[in-house]
Write a protein that binds this ligand. Structure first.
Ligand code: GLP
Length: 240
């Protein structure tokens, strides 16, 4: 696992964007695994700008998102489907049929998980972009999720509900469960880039980069990936 510490968030997302752009230019049919959260916003802004200014095309690119809150429809402003449309898909030339996100309001959980696993199997990802939760979660794989897990419904921990409540009007509105790609699915991507910014991620970054590989700290599994790079800004990397 390669770790690179940047002076600023801007330089970190610029470097990550360079990797995405290279993949998209090399293979206009590439498959990208995408993430949500504040950390990704700067990267998506650069992709949008580049698509507009330099006509980099996403027309045939396929995307698979990590997760979605259970019980939220794609039209709900708090859903990850909405986040993706607002922060990326509606502003680039991607065709919506090529974008995949779990259906938060799917009634049959098992069927939805199977459907998503099938998508993941049929579209091997060239790149998976990942953020990290302060408790070491990746996607919504909370501490003690099995490394062999595939798409499942996760029960969110109190700390994740509290951390994510900043984007909701009230903490009581944060869903308690989510559909998420499993750790095994994440590890199947050919390449992974992890982005982390800010002091509140410093401990998590230290633990997953330097700590022991354990299901107690899901992101630590990334140490076992053959092609994983970690980009952090100096505040997130201050304990390394
Ligand atoms: C959520 C998502 C994760 C993301 C994390 C960090 O919990 N499920 O995939 O990595 O938030 O988000 P942020 O970038 O806002 O800190």
């Amino acid at each position: 696992m390669q770790v690179k510490v940047f002076n600023s968030y801007e330089s970190l997302v610029k470097k990550a964007f360079g990797i995405v752009k290279n993949i998209v230019k090399r293979n206009p049919y590439a498959v990208l695994g995408l993430a949500t959260g504040n950390t990704m916003i700067g990267l998506y802004k650069l992709m949008i700008e580049d698509c507009k200014q330099n006509r980099t095309s996403y027309k045939h690119i396929r995307t698979i998102n990590l997760d979605e809150y259970k019980g939220l429809s794609a039209g709900d402003e708090q859903s990850y489907a909405y986040y993706m449309r607002k922060n990326l898909f509606d502003k680039i030339d991607i065709s919506s049929g090529n974008t995949h996100i779990p259906i938060g309001i799917a009634e049959n959980e098992d069927a939805e998980c199977k459907r998503y696993n099938k998508i993941l199997d049929s579209l091997p990802r060239d790149l998976q972009i990942l953020g990290i939760g302060s408790n070491g979660h990746i996607a919504f794989n909370e501490p003690n999720t099995k490394f062999g897990s595939e798409t499942h419904v996760a029960k969110l921990t109190e700390s994740t509900i509290t951390a994510n409540s900043r984007l909701f009007k009230d903490i009581s509105e944060v869903p308690e469960k989510a559909f998420t790609m499993g750790i095994k699915n994440i590890m199947q991507a050919k390449q992974i880039i992890v982005l982390a910014s800010g002091e509140d991620k410093a401990e998590a970054v230290y633990n997953f980069v330097k700590g022991k590989v354990t299901e107690k700290f899901p992101a630590s599994v990334l140490q076992l990936h053959p092609n994983c790079i970690v980009f952090v800004d100096k505040t997130a990397g201050c304990l390394l």
